[in-house]
Design a protein around this ligand. Structure first.
Ligand SMILES: CC(=O)SCCNC(=O)CCNC(=O)[C@H](O)C(C)(C)COP(=O)(O)OP(=O)(O)OC[C@H]1O[C@@H](n2cnc3c(N)ncnc32)[C@H](O)[C@@H]1OP(=O)(O)O
Ligand SMILES: CC(C)C(=O)C(=O)O
Ligand SMILES: [Mg+2]
Length: 514
């Protein structure tokens, strides 16, 4: 039968110690309800002696949450332990978590206690807790900087006084996986008794998850973790990372399992982020918005064929929506045409290449290309690619306060290059006049409308113009992140239409009105 790795969630205690986070009892209760849905084994709900609000939060959670055991933190002071129990006493299952520092630095600079006093405090605090509940956890704070023999002495004292879980905190994130793993294995070997070993790893060197896993590999059967890796300074081991590493690399943890409902991970992460005000970094493992997003063409090609080429976790198994193909400057034709197909657009022949070319040009200027952008590009290219007489090769404009706006355009007509330059009443007007000059068409701008296709500072501008020439009105559309360029494209699009109409009229033998 599989052996359980107990998930002890301390988001509401150590996680809340992150600078700037202060959850009220209602918010803590909401997170605790979600942690119960996630099916954690323990919820460390707070530090009751810290404030009346934290006492109330622990007390409410103890009264209302069913499923997980409710734990709370206490110094070794007997008054702290009593207060801790007062908050926990209504819980279906309750644990008191007693801690005291053991490292020379903490003894000398903070507690100003001798090692003998630490042993005495440990015994007193754990013993007092044991009077209230069978389930007592003890932590020697700053364990990884504590002399080994002294730590064993303190841990022995804790077990003899009734501790059933020995938590080994890497309080300042000093541990390195193989070293921390060896520490856990040695404690297991040296301390007799009926207890389980736990890890509590901080992330000061970015090793909290790795150290927790090394602990499990060496005999720890509880891991203390926080949702989104919250916690003091650089945070604690992230719940979602440890749980998924144990699941995905079960080959390295044979016979071990957690009871976490992983499909609840993303939702839990979002709730914690919303209530704490701490954003989840985009590239956060498992729950980040980019955890299953692919932007580069080679990866997109792979994932579109089979997601296992670039994903080790099924996004749905952690409550994320699925693999995402994000179009951008690194994307290739596979992803581009796949996106078009999903949008119900089928392009043939030159239109594919022309659209892809425009897409790449845009992607060079824009961070991310959305479906709305694609729609705009394709709408233009479907017309232009098949019927374009004149193509815009280059556009230069200048203007400013007190400066006459000018524009110069270079246009291709069936391999010939046409150039035109003009002044205008604004840069858009100058660009239109330069196009008219280059082509030799007399057309008056009678309508102009600009709108934004997409949002953000790099939004695409969608320009529609109406031109009148020889009594005929035609409209044209242009799209670009630059509104002057979009206007020039719209102007040229309208002129191309004029040409098509005129060609069609002469094809059918109808003379144009002068
Ligand atoms: C690594 C960790 O995460 S440990 C948990 C850290 N979390 C917190 O500190 C959050 C909640 N804390 C608080 O609200 C406050 O610090 C309180 C209520 C606990 C104590 O407040 P104060 O009485 O004003 O003391 P203060 O915080 O300034 O100093 C800590 C005191 O606790 C003592 N102390 C610290 N740890 C322990 C311990 N495990 N057992 C016994 N005493 C301890 C210190 O020696 C110091 O005592 P002193 O006041 O006699 O000098
Ligand atoms: C209270 C203890 C377990 C702690 O948070 C730490 O040492 O980091
Ligand atoms: Mg901690």
């Amino acid at each position: 039968m599989a052996e359980r790795v107990v998930i002890f969630d301390t988001t509401l205690r150590d996680g809340e110690q992150s600078p700037g986070i202060s959850l009220d009892p209602i918010e803590k209760l909401e997170i605790a309800e979600q942690l119960a849905k996630l099916n954690v084994d323990y919820i460390e709900a707070g530090f009751p002696v810290a404030s009346q609000g934290d006492f109330d939060a622990v007390s409410e959670i103890a009264k209302q949450i069913e499923g997980p055991t409710i734990a709370a933190l206490s110094r070794t002071h007997l008054a702290d332990v009593d207060r801790c129990w007062e908050a926990l006493k209504h819980a279906e299952k309750a644990r008191i978590h007693v801690f005291i520092s053991t490292s020379p630095s903490h003894l000398e600079h903070m507690l100003k206690m001798t090692p003998a006093q630490i042993i005495k405090e440990t015994k007193a605090g754990v013993y007092r807790a044991k009077q209230y509940t069978e389930d007592v956890e003890f932590s020697p704070q700053d364990a990884t900087r504590t002399p080994y023999d002294f730590m064993l002495e303190v841990l022995n004292a804790a077990v003899e006084s009734g501790a059933t879980t020995l938590n080994i905190p890497d309080t300042v994130g000093y541990g390195i996986p193989w070293d921390f793993g060896a520490l856990i294995a040695n404690i297991r070997k040296e301390i007799p008794g009926d207890y389980i070993i736990s890890t509590h790893c901080h992330n000061d060197l970015g090793l909290a998850t790795a150290n927790s896993l090394a602990g499990v590999q060496n005999g720890a059967r509880q891991v203390e973790v926080c949702v989104n890796g919250l916690g003091e300074r650089a945070g604690n081991a992230a719940l979602e990372e440890v749980v998924m590493a144990l699941a995905i690399r079960s080959d390295l943890f044979p016979g071990l399992t957690t009871q976490i409902r992983t499909e609840e991970l993303a939702k839990t992460s979002r709730l914690v982020s919303r209530l704490t005000g701490y954003p989840v970094q985009y590239n956060k493992a498992v729950v980040g918005r980019n955890a299953f997003a692919h932007e580069s063409g080679i990866h997109q090609h792979g994932v579109l064929s089979d997601r296992s080429t670039y994903e080790i976790i099924d996004a749905k198994s952690v409550g994320q929506t699925g693999s995402q193909i994000v179009l951008g400057k690194h994307s290739g034709r596979h992803a581009f045409t796949d996106t078009l197909a999903k949008m119900g657009i089928t392009l043939h022949g030159d239109a594919v290449n022309a659209s892809f070319k425009r897409f790449k040009e845009l992607a060079d200027k824009k961070f991310e290309i959305t479906e709305a952008d694609i729609e705009a590009i394709v709408a233009q290219e479907m017309g232009v690619a098949t019927h374009e007489t004149y193509k815009l090769l280059d556009l230069t404009v200048s203007g400013g306060l007190g400066v006459m706006p000018t524009a110069k355009v270079v246009i291709d007509k069936d391999g010939d290059t046409l150039v035109g330059a003009a002044e205008g009443n604004g840069m858009i007007d100058a660009a239109g006049k330069a196009i008219s000059k280059a082509i030799g068409v007399e057309a008056e701008l009678v309508g102009f409308q600009v709108s934004s296709v997409t949002g953000g500072v790099d939004a695409i501008g969608d320009v529609v113009v109406q031109l009148e020439s020889k009594g005929r009105k035609v409209s044209g559309r242009g799209i670009s992140t630059d509104v002057v360029e979009a206007s020039a494209r719209a102007y040229l699009d309208a002129i191309n239409r004029l040409m098509r109409i005129s060609d069609r009229l002469s094809e059918v033998g109808i003379a144009e009105t002068p």
